[in-house]
Ligand binder design. Structure first.
Ligand code: EPZ
Length: 420
């Protein structure tokens, strides 16, 4: 296994090109199951979660190529519909094939994704919605066995909780269902907006895109012709690198971003004392050498994203005063805290609330990545910790950050990837 060796940096400088969004790419790749043509998707980040989902589609009989951030997926040869545990266990977003497979073939078996480091990650809302659309769902030996021999029927879905992949699954299932589906309490994330836009551009009549009430008029099993498109920028990758600039007191510019997707992140950094210059698809952070403490509550988009909580907790260790960070979406998303405490951070956990007393002098040491965003928080802390930090189990990072060490090296970070 590889690890990252990071030495305290004395300032970063320059531009970072932000990659396409992992969390937009995953449902868009699953959407190719609804196509009658080979689908070409540009600006797909070359990260593990993407190659895992492409491998899953290949295992089902599709043909997929992925070079220079372009994924080409031909599902016309897709011949079976069992997404097996060995793949699903490595990437729970594999659940995104459930809706499209069931809608197109009338049956499928998808391994229950199981939990992950940050929580139980149930899919009950996905299943309940599909049953309302006429699916017969049984759980057997850890698999979701779903049947809809006469196809899915439009229904009125009300999600008890806002679920991003749940919304994606039902939007895709409804796209070729028979009749009208309404989704109330739909997720508003930009990744869902793009999925709806691409489906709408492909002949599915969708109203309410970007709102919590979406109406989808299904094509009644008529497959779609999906033209080539490019994935939106990754707002979480962008937010992570903005935190790198803020924590190292550096002026950095991010290119190829969508500023409107960063509002809640930028506003928190402004509260901490940073300022910004924005253009169409770039943003320059001007740091402060006196970071103010911050209070954060993670909620669904457009509020502050849970996927940025770990990064801001690392940043808060360098703020002058006490920050309060509350995690409202996942039950176990503070795995980074113990590693940051080992580096010298003064953090107190009380249930879902972390109290961070800054400014702490962090010291480099060996630390262990535990999940995707916790790993990026450790990278941020390592950039300002004295001496040398080794971050182990960085396969977590590889799931969602494309070329992280190269992107940081280019702007001056002393970071190398080595073999254990
Ligand atoms: C998506 O996960 C993202 N993943 C996550 O990003 C992100 O943290 C999460 O949304 C919240 O924004 C992808 O898009 C691939 P949810 P998802 O369903 O869809 C509960 C990352 O770091 N819930 O919106 O799985 C659930 O327990 C990853 O890139 C149910 O109770 O999350 C949670 O408390 C991590 N029943 C809340 O809803 C369900 O059937 C939100 O979960 C579904 C969800």
């Amino acid at each position: 296994m590889d690890y990252l060796k990071i030495i305290k940096c004395h300032g970063l400088k320059g531009d970072i090109k932000i990659s396409g969004s992992k969390n937009a790419s995953l449902p868009l790749i699953a959407m190719s199951i609804l196509a009658k043509n080979s689908v070409k998707i540009q600006n797909v980040p070359n990260v593990k979660d993407i190659t895992t989902l492409l491998k899953l589609l290949q295992n089902l009989g599709s043909s997929c190529t992925f070079t220079k951030n372009i994924a080409t997926i031909d599902t016309t040869t897709l011949s079976h519909t069992k997404a097996t545990y060995n793949i699903v266990k490595t990437m729970r977003a594999s659940i995104l094939v459930l809706g499209p497979l069931l809608a197109r073939f009338g049956h499928c078996e998808v391994s229950l994704p199981g939990g992950c480091a940050i929580g139980q990650r149930p899919v009950d809302l996905h299943l309940k919605a599909l049953e309302l659309m006429g699916a017969k769902i049984h759980i057997k030996a850890g698999y979701i066995q779903a049947k809809a021999p006469n196809g899915l029927t439009g229904a009125d879905i009300i999600f008890d909780k806002i679920t991003v992949t749940g919304t994606a699954n039902i939007v895709m299932a409804a796209a070729i269902a028979n009749g009208v589906t309404t989704i109330t309490n739909a997720a508003l994330e930009p990744e869902i907006v793009q999925l709806c836009q691409i489906l709408n551009n492909s002949g599915v009549n969708i109203k309410g895109i970007g709102t919590s009430q979406i109406t989808i008029i299904g094509t009644n099993k008529k497959l779609l012709t999906i033209d080539t498109f490019a994935v939106i920028a990754d707002r979480i990758e962008a937010g992570t690198y903005l935190c790198a600039g803020a924590i190292t007191n550096s002026i950095i510019t991010l290119k190829n971003i969508e500023n409107r997707h960063l509002n809640s992140i930028v506003s928190k950094l402004e509260e901490m004392g940073c300022t910004f210059i924005k253009s169409d698809n770039s943003i320059t952070l001007h740091p402060t050498n006196h970071l103010k403490p911050i209070n954060i509550i993670t909620q669904e988009y457009p509020a502050f994203p849970t996927d940025m909580q770990a990064q801001f907790l690392a940043l808060a260790t360098q703020a002058n005063g006490t920050s309060i960070i509350e995690e409202r979406l996942f039950e176990n998303r503070f795995m980074h805290v113990s590693e940051l405490q080992r580096m010298g951070a003064d953090i107190h956990l009380n249930g879902h609330v972390a109290t961070v007393n800054g400014k702490s002098r962090l010291s480099g040491t060996d630390v262990m990545a535990t999940d995707l965003r916790a790993s990026s928080a450790l990278v941020l802390a390592a950039l300002v910790a004295s001496g040398e930090t080794h971050i182990h189990r960085i396969y977590h990072l590889d799931r969602g950050y494309e070329n992280l060490q190269n992107k940081l090296q280019i702007i001056g970070a002393n970071i190398v990837r080595l073999k254990e």
